[in-house]
Design a protein around this ligand. Sequence first.
Ligand SMILES: NC(=O)c1ccc[n+]([C@@H]2O[C@H](COP(=O)([O-])OP(=O)(O)OC[C@H]3O[C@@H](n4cnc5c(N)ncnc54)[C@H](OP(=O)(O)O)[C@@H]3O)[C@@H](O)[C@H]2O)c1
Length: 256
Amino acid sequence: MGGTRILILGGTTEARRLAAALVARTDLDVILSLAGRTAEPARQPVPVRTGGFGGAKGLARYLKDEAIDLLIDATHPFAARISANAVDAAGRSGIAAFALCRPAWLPVKGDRWRTVRSVAEAIAALGPSPRRIFLAIGRQEAHQVNAAPIHHYWVRSVDPVEPMLTVPDVTYIHAKGPFRLEDELAMLREYRIDAIVAKNSGGDATYAKIEAARQLGIEVIMVERAHAAGLPAVETVEAALHRIDHLASSLMKRGV
Ligand SMILES: NC(=O)c1ccc[n+]([C@@H]2O[C@H](COP(=O)([O-])OP(=O)(O)OC[C@H]3O[C@@H](n4cnc5c(N)ncnc54)[C@H](OP(=O)(O)O)[C@@H]3O)[C@@H](O)[C@H]2O)c1
């Protein structure tokens, strides 16, 4: 008899760490799902499937076809569509499900944050005078800066921004976290950045820019997360492992 079948919706460090912690377990069969956005995705410790499912219905179909017992949404806190689909599909399938979602960053003394609800609002908040902006929101929504061509932009993403931005003054930086504080400090100084646009992603890998901004007194326009009703959530890989043990033993008792 096979083990408890788990589908992890991934694309995050936490999903990879969770998979790594489960790979040796003979009582579990783990599959990790990636959207297929990055050209060279990080190697994963468990079997991977790639690409969209075709909405919530498609995901529910996949859960049934693959006889998945437990769905874990470990996608990025800003990946709202797949998380909504996970809620819907888990409801349709009636299987156990939870989310692994790292906590948001909180401002601390010395931070100069302006919080906004969307990238569009962040770009509008840059104001009418030319500024030197470090855009650290990934490539998918980078095109929103086209609405404010007056500023100078340094745009960091893992893969190239396509199509390229139409603003006249832009420098593209291709880099993948984790980022170190000393490097972020050096970069912000070198480009004489006076505001950062960031998403409140949480976690350690991309926090150095926030700390560097605090040290240099740079304003951060922080895009906060949307609060949609989601799956019951845990915040750490360790808590996820605990919940998996609990759910796997109750699934076994029920003979699933
Ligand atoms: N948004 C960010 O800032 C961000 C940052 C870092 C990493 N990521 C990762 O990048 C991926 C895409 O993010 P997004 O913001 O484009 O997501 P999204 O807007 O929530 O999802 C758009 C569509 O992409 C597909 N999809 C997303 N994640 C998937 C996954 N793990 N496996 C299979 N299909 C997936 C789904 O297609 P169907 O409806 O066809 O199933 C979903 O409806 C996610 O895996 C996320 O964890 C996102």
